[in-house]
Design a protein around this ligand. Sequence first.
Ligand code: GH3
Ligand code: MG
Ligand code: MG
Ligand code: MG
Length: 314
Amino acid sequence: YVVKESRHSYDYVVKLLRRLQKNRHIKVLVADDSGTTRRFIKGLLQQHLYQVLEAKDGKEALKVLAQHPDVSILITDYAMPEMDGFELVKQVRTEKDKHELVIIGLSSTESGALSAKFIKNGANDFLRKPFFHEEFHCRLMHNLEEMELIQAIQDAANRDYLTQLYNRRYFFTTGGKHHEQAVAKGQQLALAMLDIDHFKQLNDNYGHEAGDEVLRQLASKMTQAFPRFICARMGGEEFCIMMPGLNNDQANQLLEGFRLMVAQQPFMYGDTELQVTFSAGVTNQLSSCLDNMYQGVDEYLYRAKEAGRNFVIT
Ligand code: GH3
Ligand code: MG
Ligand code: MG
Ligand code: MG
């Protein structure tokens, strides 16, 4: 296809090939009551290797979106029975914003008011049928690239550069929402605070680079041990793990297991084996806000240090 469209510039072809690699993993949902239109759009999308799902009206589209939360693009017709394109866009936007799901409105109606209404309701873009195939692909790519860029920027803003764990900002914003929800619904939520023991000595003995490597390795062990939970680097050699749904005993057991694993498996810095331990505090006392809960668990961490380090105190 790319070769056939030989009027493309070299740069564009390179860009398109990169895009096609990514498209294999991108799901597009096409909502249109006309089977002919759906098949036609599906054909265009498959030319660019997208995975395509179909829905014959707004209601069915909502069902498909619920079954496939990883859909990245929704292309929707305006006039459909059961639920039209505007209502579909409105409903979808209560759950997912423009940077989580690209929505492109479609209609054969001439009126420019329709495109304005689609966009006011939350669509990212609009195309009038019949459209020029290349315009379809260009707009799709443009919207997708914009979404991917914003997601990359958001992710970078939420993560710590050295360890790639979540940062303090993410912990208090997204973690704060989990905390609020647990308080409102009377659900369990446990919080652990970890701090590496004698980390200053490790830096002094082996160098700052070795210290950095220990931070990276501990972070990697942490995400492997707690894949479902929010692991954050709060600063320096201090970390938090937020565990929604866990009571104190469950959280304590997990942390105790992790403490043993870390203490027993030496860290590697080149050929040098490094012995690393941490101390931790654990609590499930929610307090009034996450800040207070954080201060509470800090107190347990302090006691773990006082008790001689390499301890979990709850
Ligand atoms: P304790 O057992 O009481 O926690 O002792 P400690 O030495 O771990 O604690 P202290 O707070 O005295 O020292 C923390 C050290 O962590 C000091 C600082 O140089 C080091 N540190 C903080 N951030 C980084 C980092 O990003 N990389 C490295 N290599 N070291 C860091
Ligand atoms: Mg229609
Ligand atoms: Mg320390
Ligand atoms: Mg510290």
